[in-house]
Design a protein around this ligand. Structure first.
Ligand SMILES: CC(C)(COP(=O)(O)OP(=O)(O)OC[C@H]1O[C@@H](n2cnc3c(N)ncnc32)[C@H](O)[C@@H]1OP(=O)(O)O)[C@@H](O)C(=O)NCCC(=O)NCCS
Length: 191
């Protein structure tokens, strides 16, 4: 059996990607597509995770994608990623995205999101990643926050799965009355 890989510091895999938002990235409203930003975030997440793991990694889930402010064509977007947490084969990469208007120098924080990645070996199986060496108080805070997020996410999934199983259409139709939806008469007669 191979010995466990030595812990690697967060600084070993910290990655920043800066990209100019060109007109080809614009949506119909003239702002940058959310999908363009997601794609850049996925690249940074991959770079951090693969560098930490020393292995090919895949994206498993993404938390906390809330675009607080639009990004405009012509702005310089920087994505700062670092490994916040490692499990056995999974890693959480936190990514802070900022957009800078080069003329005014104004910087917007557009979002901070968390990508869970899994390292895979040459046969495509999840493989163990090195532990994370925490060197600063921020490293410790991020690791603890990631543990909390993981715990709350698992609790939410369980709670929601139970709620879905117990949810009976007939008993819950009244919840729709104040919502902005309509149920067709045909469907209503079937419920
Ligand atoms: C990710 C994947 C390898 C998990 O496979 P699996 O058989 O469930 O493997 P495991 O149960 O051993 O899980 C492996 C790790 O992933 C984590 N994991 C699995 N599903 C997860 C999820 N939805 N969210 C967060 N972590 C998850 C597990 O907690 C485990 O972490 P740990 O080893 O640090 O404890 C598998 O689902 C996969 O290959 N998915 C496709 C990923 C991909 O191709 N992404 C690109 C999209 S195009």
């Amino acid at each position: 059996m191979n010995p466990a890989p030595a812990p690697r510091p967060v600084s070993h895999s910290r990655t920043t990607l800066t990209e100019l938002m060109i007109p080809a990235y614009a949506n119909f409203g003239g702002r940058v597509h959310g999908g363009t930003l997601l794609s850049l975030m996925d690249k940074v997440a991959y770079a951090c995770a693969a560098k930490h793991a020393g292995q090919y990694c895949v994206t498993v889930s993404v938390d906390g994608v809330n675009f607080r402010q639009p990004v405009d064509v012509g702005e310089l977007v920087s994505l700062m990623g670092s490994v916040n947490y490692v499990g056995k084969t999974s890693l959480v990469v936190g990514i802070k995205v900022i957009a800078e208007n080069v003329k005014t120098g104004m910087v917007k924080h557009t979002n901070t999101s968390y990508f869970t990645m899994v390292a895979k070996d040459d046969t495509g199986q999840p493989t163990e990643v090195p532990a994370l060496l925490l060197e600063t108080t921020d490293d410790v805070r991020r690791f603890l926050e990631a543990m909390k997020r993981k715990e709350l996410r698992a609790a939410f999934s369980e709670h929601f799965d139970n709620a879905k199983t117990e949810m009976l259409f007939a008993e819950n139709m009244h919840l729709l009355t104040k919502e902005r939806c309509e149920v067709t008469d045909e469907l209503r007669s079937q419920l």
